[in-house]
Design a binder for this molecule. Sequence first.
Ligand code: WTA
Length: 659
Amino acid sequence: MTQPSDQGAALDNLLTESRSFPPSEEFAAEANATSALYDEATADREAFWAKQAERLHWDTKWTQVLDWSDAPFAKWFVGGRLNVAYNCVDRHVESGHGDQVAIHWEGEPGDQRAITYAELQREVSKAANALVSLGLRTGDRVAIYLPMIPEAIFSMLACARLGLPHSVVFGGFSAEALRTRIDDAEAKLVITSDGQFRRGSAVPLKAAVDEAVSRTPSVGNVLVVRRTGIDVEWTEGRDLWWHDVVDAQSDVHAPESFDAEHPLFILYTSGTTGKPKGILHTSGGYLTQAAYTHFNVFDLKPDTDVYWCTADIGWVTGHSYIVYGPLANRVTQVVYEGTPNTPHEGRHWEIVQRYGVSIYYTAPTTIRTFMKWGNDIPAKFDLSTLRVLGSVGEPINPEAWIWYRENIGGNRAPIVDTWWQTETGAIMISPLPGVIAAKPGSAQRPLPGIGAKVVDDTGAEVPAGGGGYLVLDEPWPAMLRGIWGDEQRYRETYWSRFAAQGFYFAGDGAKYDADGDIWLLGRVDDVMNVSGHRISTTEVESALVSHPTVAEAAVVGATDPTTGQGIVAFVILRGGVAQDQAKGAEAIKALRDHVAKEIGPIAKPRQIMVVPELPKTRSGKIMRRLLRDVAENRQVGDVTTLADSSVMDLISSGLNTSA
Ligand code: WTA
C-alpha cells in the first residue's frame, strides 16, 4: 500500500493554501443549514437522523433508528416501510406540485423536453406496469444501460417502485464489462437504447448488449428505447421496443411499501483486484441521507432553484444527486445528454443561461477542461443566476477552485467541495455553504451526523497538521450494506484495516490543517482516479495481459493536468514483437484499442511504454512507486528493495518506444 506521504508533489502545495471565503451575510441569512445543525447532531446522533428521516413519507414508522449489533452490516430505521419512488414522485403531485417541472431535459442535438411531476408520475407508472407485464417480481435485478435520456430516470424509478434492485451500467462501458456486471447480479432484464448521441454523431449502444447477452443466461428480455433511429439487430422473443411495451400500459400504478432495508440498487465500482465490486444500497437510510445532504449542502429551495448536476446516471453521483436526493426534495433540475463541447465549448453556459440554473454540480476534471478552453467562453453567457457551485470526484486543486469561483460563480457563489464514495452513498465531508468559510482545495468537515477522522497506521487520530488515512468512525444511514454476493470481500476491503477500532477504511489519504480541517490527498491503494472515474490498476493490467502480444504489464496512475490522473502502462511484449520496432508501434495501438474493448474507452492508457523488465521486490511484488516516478518524469526513488536494482536503469534507458 502506498503511504500518503508518497502522493504527488502537486498535492503538497494544497497545504500551503491559506485563502478562505466566508459566505456573504445575505447567503448566510437565508441558508437552509445553520451552525445549529452541528450542535443538534452532536447532542444526539440517532435522534438527529430520526429527524432527518422525517423528510420522507413512511407507510410504517420505524421502531429503532439504528441496529449495529451485526456490524459491519447496518440496519437503519428498523421496521420502517416506504416506497422510494412514491417519495420521489407521487407525493409531490399529491401535495399540489404536479405542474412543477421536475426535469428540463436537453438532448445533445438540441431537442428539449420539460417533464412535470405529474408527467413523471405517469411515465414511471407506465414503466412499472410494463415491468410487471414482463413477469418481473420483487427482488429481481434489472440492468440499465442507457444514455442520459428521460427513460433512464423513468426506468430507475420504475424499478424502485416495484422493489427491483437496479444495476445501472455506464453507457461508456464495453460489452465485456456489461456482461460481467449482468452476470454477477444475474439480471433478468436489460433496458437499453438503439444508440446514443456522442459528440454530434449517433453511436450504437444495443450492439454491446447483444454481444453481452449472448453469454448471460439470466437475461430473459431486452427492452429497447428508440433514441437515435439507427439500425439494430433484433432477436425475436427476447427484444422488445419500449414504445410498444411501455406506451401501451396504464399510466396509473399503486405503489406498495417495502422494508427500509429492501435493496434499492447495486452499483459496480473498481476495487484493487480485477473484479469490480457490486456495491449494495438499500432504501430508507439511503434516501434519508441523499435527501438531507442534497437539501443542506446545495441549500436547495425547491420553489425557486434550478439545479443541475452534470454527472452521468452510470455513476453514483447520478444516482444520489440526479435521481434520488433531488427528486425526493422536489427539485426542478436540468438533465443534459451530451458532452460539454458539442456543438461548441460554451454548451454548459448556454444551458445555465437558458434555464436560469442556480445550483451547478460538476467534477474538477471538467472545471480544468473549461480552464483550458479559456475564460472568454463562460464570459459570453449570463451566469448571474448561479448561487451555489459544487465539486466532486477527486481533490480539486486550488487553482481550479479559484478559477471556478471567479469565472463561473462571479466571485459570489459559495463552492462546496464534496467528498464521498459509491460506498458511502451520499456526501460525507463538505462545507455547509451558509456556515463555513470555504478553503480552496479542502472538503473541510464531516457533515452534521457524520463521523470522519484522519488516523495513522495504528488507528490513532493524528494531531492538527498531521497526515494519514481517512476513516469513518460511525455508521451512517446511506452506507453500503455489503458487496453483492461477497460478504468476505466486504469485511476485508473496508473493515479489516482498522478492525480493532471498528473504523471503515475509505482508501483515501488525508491531512488535517492547523484548524483541524480535512484535506483529501487521493487514493492510497491501487485504484486510479481518471476524470473522477475509479479504475483499478489490476483491471487494466488484466486487460493488457489478455492480449496475445503481451507477456507482462504494470499500470500506474500518473498525475495529469486535466484528468487528475492518467493511465500509464508498462508492458513487456512477447519475444517476436518486442524485437521489431514497427511491430512494436503497431502493438501499442492495438493494445490501447484492446483495453477500450475489454473495459471501455475511459480505461484506455494515456501512454504505453514497452520495457524489457518490470521492477519487482524479492517477493515478486511490482513496485509501482518507481514506475510512477518514471511516468511523472521524476528522479527514480529508493530501489534498494528491488530484487534486481539495475532494472530501473534498463527501463529508463529504453524509453524511446513509448506512444
Ligand atoms: C475520490 C464519487 C477528494 C476519493 C462520489 C474517493 C474525492 C473516490 C472527492 C470515490 C473530493 C471523491 N475530494 N477526493 N471531493 N470526491 N473523491 O466511488 O478518492 O466514484 O475515494 O464516488 O473519489 O469515487 P466514487
